[in-house]
Ligand binder design. Structure first.
Ligand SMILES: Nc1ncnc2c1ncn2[C@@H]1O[C@H](COP(=O)(O)OP(=O)(O)OP(=O)(O)O)[C@@H](O)[C@H]1O
Ligand SMILES: [Mg+2]
Length: 235
């Protein structure tokens, strides 16, 4: 089942928010999801302790660089989707998770600093592809965009990604209070009270479009790569 990791070497790019939105939207389609919380800030683990966590989402909080690949493999038997929220760094945990991922999503805010953090991950993916001898599909999602205007910095980031042939989702994740509220009040967007959360319909529509684009990219993923089997035999 698809393993989708969220990575950007720059902190605060929107990885955790994008990971939780994807998990809750996939769960609302009735699929089982396991989230590996490899972010030291443990926002998703904290979210899972609030009321409203769907029963079909399992959050694994205890993850280690040396065991993450095996933990992900074990979860495959019980989950339709596996989502990994990584730290905003380039380290062994990030490299090990990316190596076993079917899709790496790189959230980038429209700033050159975020884009540099994203470029680091793109270079790391390229190195890991040589080591594991397979392609590691990846894409960029622009995050915290302004619903009304495209800033100059955002446009520059988009143009530079396009020039470098990077797959960028058509749907950016817009800056919305509703996305922050999930971490405060628990549950998914569908559980939020429209009377209390501003623009919840627009937030939901944006999250659904983004989720659909990610799911589209997981449809034709090759069956489990032989490298993974080799890893399991060796471990
Ligand atoms: N689309 C969004 N709308 C509103 N707020 C957002 C959005 N995306 C991220 N944020 C806010 O920006 C901050 C950083 O986001 P988040 O924690 O998702 O980033 P991160 O890449 O996981 O950070 P870290 O590298 O520290 O793990 C948080 O306060 C979060 O609530
Ligand atoms: Mg995070």
């Amino acid at each position: 089942m698809p393993i989708i990791s969220f990575a950007n070497a720059k902190g605060g790019a929107g990885k955790t928010t994008a990971a939780l939105l994807l998990a809750t939207e996939i769960a609302s389609l009735g699929k089982t999801v396991t989230i590996f919380d490899a972010d030291p800030q443990k926002w998703i683990s904290k979210w899972s302790e609030l009321t409203g966590k769907p029963d079909n989402i399992t959050v694994v909080s205890s993850v280690f660089p040396a065991t993450i690949s095996g933990q992900i493999h074990d979860a495959e038997a019980t989950s339709d989707y596996i989502i990994v929220d990584l730290e905003g760094k380039e380290n062994l945990m990030v490299a090990n998770a990316i190596s076993v991922s079917d899709l790496v999503v790189i959230p980038i805010q429209g700033s050159s600093m975020d884009a540099r953090g994203g470029a680091k991950i793109l270079r790391l993916i390229s190195k890991l592809e040589t080591i594991v001898r397979k392609d590691i599909p990846h894409c960029v999602v622009l995050t915290r965009t302004n619903a009304a205007v495209t800033t100059r910095a955002m446009k520059a980031v988009q143009d530079s990604l396009k020039t470098n042939g990077v797959d960028v989702l058509f749907t950016p994740i817009v800056e919305r209070a509703a996305y922050r509220d999930l971490f405060e009040f628990g549950g998914g967007l569908a559980d939020q009270d429209p009377a209390l959360v501003s623009n919840i319909e627009k937030a939901r529509e944006n999250a659904l479009r983004y989720t659909a684009e990610i799911l589209e990219r997981t449809v034709d993923l090759p069956k489990k790569h032989s490298w993974f089997q080799t890893f399991r035999k060796a471990s």
